[in-house]
Design a protein around this ligand. Sequence first.
Ligand code: 4AD
Length: 576
Amino acid sequence: MADTTYYIDEDVGQDIEAQTGDEKLPYKTLGFAVLTHGEQPKFLARKSLTGEVPEGSDSSARLEWKPVAKAAMKKAVNFAKAQKKKADKEQEQLAVRSKEEADRKKVLEESKKIIIEEDASLPEAKKIKLDDTDAEKIKLGDGKDVKGTRVRVFGRVHRERRQKDLMFITLRDGYGQMQVIFSGPLAKTYDALTLTRETSMEIAGTLMKVPEGAHAPNSRELHADYFKIHAGWKAAGGEEAITNRVSKGTEQATLLDLRHLTLRGETASKVMIVRDAVEFAFNTVYKELRMRKVSPPALVQTQVEGGSTLFKLDYYTEEAYLTQSSQLYLETCLPSMGDVYCIEKSFRAEKSLTRRHLAEYSHVEAELDFITFDDLLSHLEHVMCRVLEVTLADPTIKQHILDLNPGFKMPERPFMRMKYSDAIDWLIKNEIINEETKEPHKFGDDIAEAAERKMTDIINKPIFLTHFPAEIKSFYMMRDKEDPRVTESVDCLMPGVGEIVGGSMRIFDYDELMAGYARENIDPTAYYWYTDQRKYGSSPHGGYGLGLERFLAWLCEQHTVRDCCLYPRYFGRCKP
Ligand code: 4AD
């Protein structure tokens, strides 16, 4: 409508559809007016009333409607054209998307008609685990002379991707991963088209070498001829897909609430698999040393490492605790079983949220009879290094460790030995102060976690820190004959983690033990069975406890011990 006039008021106008553009309801910009009505009509505009009035000019003139300038009109026309182009493109894309959606629906409908049957004329498929590489049993086809073995595998979809008419699936079964290829009708089935991660599958096919230059686990791929997703095996998709619930960016607390899903991730599962290997290695090494495994109780009525970290509970009509350490029970086994060890849970009601404290942890403890303090240190060094050797002897486990901790190196032997008094001097010299007193460290201080870690990180190798003052250690520790202020005690410190082992020679003299109870204000009554060891054939003996999660945090370079156990328990967390 060429004879219609539209009005533009930069100050009070509005660029909305409800606006008519007449004098009472003007637009805000010429661009919008042109976009709405084209460039034919007449446009009148007035400048902002709120703009500054130049000195000496007539402010009332600013209220007049004036025809728009040519340049402004050109700009507005260009703007309108660009906007129109954008809107057209969006419309086009929407149409493409709708068509794609309709096509997809059609393809999905069609896909439901494709039914896969296993071809009974094919050779029988051997059931294997995904890491099975037994060359006797399994041949990899090369597409020419060698025929691949037909196998049947079971696992969960770790990753999946489509490439034209092919579908690549990385299947995972806890033992390994396998690349699987669906082609032809298999890739066109409804289940294949809607496949979600974590779905459990049964797949049969022929194992082939991967083409030159391509990479896949064990350099092979399964060319599937049959697959089945049994009822109930499909994993949730969409909003509920595992990738929407746990991912790299997910908050730590959520990851811990969803630990059952986090455990399926590559890092968590590798740590757990290494943990199994390490625990097994401890058993192996202790057996090599002819040590016997025992299983002391978790429900106890005595403390070992101070009353402040005891979990108390009602035990029928009595008070009992969750054990802090099995040490005292191990000591009672020496006379009848020889050297003993256990791998049991220990509990500490620590109200701390540090990265190395758990409320429930796995404690590797050993007790050795008729030894000297030096024997204890040599044994400990041997066990730790041999456990590493046995663990790393398994190539899969070694690879997991290197994936988690690429810089891992076997510790050099002998471990550095440092007396507590020398550590105090070292801390003073390196100006690492006592955070509690805000003063330089002095003999008798309990070296706090932060200072201990700083020292270990600077020295950057395993340290046997020995001869702690009796007053900062437990009641049962044997004093050093040369310097009775200190005990024959040892903490093993590792870079990145700090203390991972605590051990000592045990008091074997009755009176000294009584003095130990008294020093720590412990009523000896409940300890009658422990004291009796000093009445019925006492012996020089000693032992230690190693925190399995701390050992793993060091070995697998994990920031916290929480990531080194299945379902961590610590101050404020007892789920899932
Ligand atoms: O130094 P601790 O308290 O020593 C004992 O319990 C001795 N009775 C052991 C023995 O001689 N049989 O603990 C030993 C080790 C520590 O070095 C540490 O690795 C681990 O147990 N540990 C913890 N790990 C995780 N969370 C906690 N709250 C821990 N407390 C100790």
